[in-house]
Design a protein around this ligand. Structure first.
Ligand SMILES: Nc1ncnc2c1ncn2[C@@H]1O[C@H](COP(=O)(O)OP(=O)(O)OP(=O)(O)O)[C@@H](O)[C@H]1O
Ligand SMILES: [Mg+2]
Length: 356
């Protein structure tokens, strides 16, 4: 028997539909976010009467349903009417006005973009959208390097709602007053899920994703508990999938505590924003923090320089702040020692995974 015969001899699988564990899967129901979805829907409501809508800023920690809640609303909107066009853009990937314009053209199925400049693209976009109404969602808006596309849309599109999503409410403070006063943003905070809610969400996803009855309770409970601790549903989806894989690798018909523990060991590979999405210099700094977890930020900078790192300390610190905000690392500040304020930097996943 070849190695593959052995491996594939049982074609039984524990998964019913593994796609349901993908981070961008949109479930039919988004439990515990009804209130938030209603708030967003109210901002869109005037568009149904061909009046302009309200703009809203959605903010909260990573992995707590901001994106999925808006995408879910967009899906319902598409089913309800052709008169309101939903446009979702992720500003992490599309971070300039030009890229955003190109993306909107693509969504609108407009193909003659070749050689057109940003403002020409936005003219086309306005002409198309002003026949109807539009709801824009700019997700991860803090990653956009330019903001003039917002001015353009505010001025040129007659009937619209603009939804901005970010992890940092403080992003608004840095906006130009001119833009702030035009946007007249409402604010909607997504709060972290309680441990019970976290469990409920995972239980629901598990029902889509796995064959009935394959999960043992104590395995699932550990996965749910760890997810609640990490406060990020993505970590839970990752654990469920990896535990399922671990069980299949062992040709087990059940997914047990052991398989979840195997998955937990792999969780250190997991990051809230995948580290492959980081820029090269950010990844470099992260690798240094990982090897030197627990050192002071000044010491880390020295190591960074010795290893060929470029740039002044301020730039380095800004990158450290960014990695901390994205939860790759943690920064603990201690005030008033002999050296003034010092910051201790830790590689985040190690700190959280030591104790199950
Ligand atoms: N209430 C919920 N019901 C079902 N799935 C959920 C719920 N909340 C979050 N999820 C799932 O958790 C994952 C993370 O959610 P989402 O992508 O919406 O996070 P986010 O708040 O946008 O995070 P980030 O700020 O990092 O982008 C997604 O796969 C999403 O489907
Ligand atoms: Mg998101």
């Amino acid at each position: 028997m070849s190695i593959f015969d052995e491996m594939l001899k049982s074609d039984e699988t524990l998964f019913r539909d593994a796609v349901a564990l993908d981070y961008d899967f949109i479930p039919k129901l988004i439990p515990y976010r009804e209130k938030e979805q209603k708030h967003i829907a109210l901002c869109i409501k005037p568009l149904f009467q061909r009046r302009t809508g309200k703009n809203i800023m959605v903010y909260g920690a990573p992995g707590i349903g901001k994106t999925v809640a808006v995408k879910h609303i967009f899906k319902e909107l598409e089913e309800k009417t052709d008169e309101i066009i939903p446009i979702y853009v992720n500003c992490w990937q599309k971070n300039t006005s030009f890229k955003i314009a190109m993306e909107i053209c693509e969504i609108l199925d407009y193909r003659f973009t070749h050689n057109k400049k940003t403002d020409e693209l936005f003219k086309v976009i306005s002409t198309i959208l002003n026949k109807k109404s539009a709801v824009f969602c700019f997700d991860e808006i803090d990653k956009a390097e330019e903001q003039d596309f917002l001015y353009t849309l505010l001025e040129e599109i007659y009937r619209k709602t603009i939804i901005l999503i970010t992890n940092y409410k403080t992003w608004v403070l840095e906006l130009e007053d001119r833009l702030k006063s035009r946007l007249m943003l409402e604010f909607l905070e997504f709060k972290e899920y309680s441990p019970e809610e976290t469990k409920g969400i995972l239980r629901e996803r598990l029902r889509y994703a796995f064959v009935d009855g394959v999960w043992e309770d104590d395995g699932f409970n550990l996965a749910a508990r760890k997810t609640a601790e990490l406060k990020d549903i993505r970590a839970g989806l990752y654990l469920l999938r990896e535990a399922g894989n671990a069980a299949e690798d062992k040709a087990s018909k059940k997914i047990t505590l052991e398989h979840v523990k195997t998955a937990l060991n792999k969780l250190s590979d997991f990051n809230i924003k995948k580290s492959t999405e980081l820029k090269e210099d950010e990844r470099f700094i992260l690798s240094i923090v990982k090897k030197n977890s627990g050192k002071k930020s000044g010491e880390l900078y020295e190591i960074f320089k010795k290893n060929g790192g470029q740039g002044v300390y301020r730039t380095f610190q800004r990158k450290i702040d960014f990695l901390a905000k994205s939860k790759f690392i943690s920064v603990t500040k201690t005030l008033g020692g002999p050296e003034g304020t010092t910051s201790i930097i830790k590689y985040e996943r190690d700190a959280k995974l030591s104790d199950y």
